[in-house]
Structures are given as structure tokens and as C-alpha cells.
Write a protein that binds this ligand. Structure first.
Ligand code: FDA
Length: 306
């Protein structure tokens, strides 16, 4: 295990730790501000407008996950309906991303389905698209089932995410490509055991490339979400070698990371979409970002003293 992998494992292990949470909450939102576009929808819409001006598309996420009571899901559903309407009203280039446990997946899968269905139906009215983020492995199959069920009902403006660290992902991608589901491919952000996930970064990267290749070779539009130059440069070279046009895929990166490089990709003629979270439930999202890269932690430490 190299030092980065060790760092990631340690941070993901302590992210549920009360001391870490206490420190993060004590220093407050200011620390997380770098990764979060604001606490209100209007602030986020202003920021989308600014990024669109640099050629960067957006996927907007209202922060929230792992709700404790199913009634909470209804207010998240309503917020998503509001934000889909806000995007249409402001005519900005953005779709939306949501988390299934925010909509109640862990508490009441049928209510979760119904909440997500309402959001996807609303998005369809506005010709917009909903991405269901992928959470940890207990929810993988249920998330895929929701997406396939919605497609079965004719709501095809919804896709999900496949994580390259999961051993099952090649089979999932095969099935989802056949069903015509638009996918975002990522490495995977959660702590997963060896029984379900590759533990070495080199294996994750190899699998990531294999999954991207499956899409590009089949001519299926895909979103490649990574800040890793080993992936980005590989995609650029592969597309060039195979004569795949730049509009056959999109890159995605997180808000607050490599923003200049996101604009540069747009200038080079690539499609690039920024994942932009807003809202007050920032803590779990933020600890996953810290776990991904020591420099992110350093950035936070510097911000503490600004
Ligand atoms: P990683 O963090 O592994 O870094 C690898 C290398 O990339 C670094 O060593 C460095 O060289 C370079 N690099 C990284 N950050 C850099 C920076 N800021 N500046 C310069 N170089 C940098 N996960 C999940 O489980 N479910 C989901 O639904 C999603 N959704 C999602 C959407 C989007 C748009 C993104 C970008 C990511 C996700 N993820 C996710 C998270 C994903 O699984 C993964 O944890 C992170 O993207 C981190 O992996 P990377 O491939 O980005 O590089």
C-alpha cells in the first residue's frame, strides 16, 4: 500500500469519528466553502452562470444523504423540483445530481423510488437530466434497479454512476449499456472491503480504463469523472487514436478542484461538467474530499488561517 492509499483509508476510517466531526463542525462551513457553491439555490445559480461563461457545464447537487426519517426526503424532493425549475428559469446549462439515501433508500425503498420518479418526471418536462450518484456498496444494486425501472417506465432522462473500484462494475456496465443508460464513471469514494472492491489504485485505474473503453468502443456517450491526469490524458489519446469525436463523451470534475484546468479543457474543445454542491449538509461530502487527496487537507488548513 503506498502512502496516498494509506492516507485515504485512514481518513475514511476517521470520517465517522466524533472528534474529527467536532473539529470540522467547530471550524464551520468556512473550511468547506472551497468545495461548496453556497447555501442557497440563488447563490448556486449565480455560480453556474459564471462557470457557463467559461464554457463549463454543471451538475447541481443539493447536499444531503443518509436521512434518518423518511419525512425528510419529501423536503429534499421539493428542493430538487425547485432547483430544476430554477435552472429552467435562469436558462443555465446544468443538470442535477442526487443521492438515493437522501431520497430515503435506506429507510423505505418504495418511497425513495416515488420521490426520485417525481424529480425525473419534473426534469423531463424541462428537457433536463437527473444523475443518481452512487453511494456505498449496500446500495449499488438498489440504485441500478431504480434507474432501470424508471427507464422501463419511459423516463429515460436519468442515469447513474459506476465505480471502477467495484469488482462487479464490468458486468453492471454491460447491462446498463444494453439498456441505454447514460453513465458517469468514477474511481469510487467510499471505504469498501476486498470482498467487493479492488484495494490497489493501479487495479482501480486499469478497471477505470476498461470501463471507459467499453463505452467509447460501443459509441455510447459517457461521463468520465476524474481529476487524475493519468485518466484524462489516456482518454484524450484513446479518443484521438480511434477517431472518437470530442462530443462523444464529457469530462467531469468537482467544484473547487482544478477550476483553471476545467476551463482549459473547455477551451481545448472538450465537454466538461462541474459537479457543484450547495446547501448546509456539507460534512460527509467534505470528509470524502479530504480523504481523496492530502493537498485537499492542506488547502483546508491554509483556509483556517485566512
Ligand atoms: P485522485 O483523487 O485519485 O487523484 C489522482 C491524481 O490526480 C493525483 O495524484 C494527482 O496527480 C491528480 N489530481 C487529483 N486532484 C488534483 C488537483 N486538485 N489538482 C491537480 N492534480 C490533481 N464517487 C462515488 O463513489 N460516487 C459518485 O457518485 C461520485 N461522483 C463523482 C462525480 C464527479 C464529477 C467526480 C469528479 C467524482 C465523483 N466521485 C464519486 C468521486 C470519485 O469516486 C473519486 O473519489 C474522486 O474523483 C477522486 O479520484 P480522482 O480520479 O479524481 O483522482
Amino acid at each position: 500500500m503506498d502512502s496516498i492509499e494509506l492516507y485515504r483509508k485512514v481518513l475514511l476510517s476517521v470520517s465517522g469519528n466524533r472528534l474529527v466531526e467536532h473539529l470540522a463542525l467547530r471550524y464551520g462551513r468556512k473550511l468547506a466553502a472551497k468545495f461548496i457553491a453556497g447555501s442557497s439555490l440563488e447563490e448556486a445559480l449565480d455560480e453556474i452562470e459564471r462557470l457557463n461563461g467559461n464554457g463549463i457545464m454543471v451538475t447541481l447537487d443539493h447536499l444531503g444523504e443518509g436521512i434518518k426519517q423518511i419525512a425528510e426526503a419529501a423536503s429534499y424532493r421539493e428542493e430538487y423540483v425547485r432547483l430544476i425549475n430554477g435552472i429552467a428559469r435562469r436558462k443555465v446549462n446544468s443538470n442535477v445530481s442526487l443521492k438515493p439515501t437522501q431520497m430515503g433508500l435506506a429507510l423505505d425503498p418504495e418511497a425513495c423510488y416515488s420521490n426520485i420518479r417525481d424529480i425525473v418526471a419534473e426534469a423531463k418536462q424541462h428537457n433536463n437530466f437527473v444523475r443518481i450518484d452512487m453511494e456505498d456498496s449496500p446500495y449499488t444494486q438498489a440504485t441500478i434497479d431504480i434507474v432501470l425501472r424508471l427507464h422501463g417506465e419511459g423516463l429515460t432522462n436519468v442515469g447513474t454512476v459506476i465505480q471502477a473500484y467495484l469488482l462487479r462494475s464490468r458486468e453492471d456496465v454491460k447491462q446498463l449499456i444494453e439498456a441505454g443508460v447514460n453513465l458517469r464513471l468514477v474511481k469510487g469514494a467510499y471505504k469498501e472491503p476486498a470482498s467487493v472492491a479492488y484495494q490497489q489504485m493501479s487495479e482501480v485505474i486499469d478497471n477505470f480504463k476498461a470501463l471507459i473503453q467499453m463505452h467509447l468502443d460501443h459509441g455510447v456517450y459517457t461521463a468520465i469523472a476524474s481529476h487524475d491526469d493519468r485518466i484524462i490524458n489516456w482518454v484524450k489519446e484513446y479518443a484521438y487514436k480511434k477517431g472518437i469525436k470530442a462530443d462523444a463523451f464529457e469530462f467531469q470534475m468537482l467544484y473547487g478542484l482544478r477550476m483553471n484546468d476545467q476551463a482549459q479543457l473547455a477551451r481545448e474543445g472538450y465537454r466538461i461538467r462541474c459537479y457543484m454542491p450547495y446547501g448546509s449538509m456539507w460534512y460527509p461530502y467534505y470528509t470524502r474530499r479530504l480523504a481523496e487527496k492530502p493537498a485537499n487537507l492542506w488547502m483546508v488548513v491554509k483556509n483556517m488561517f485566512k
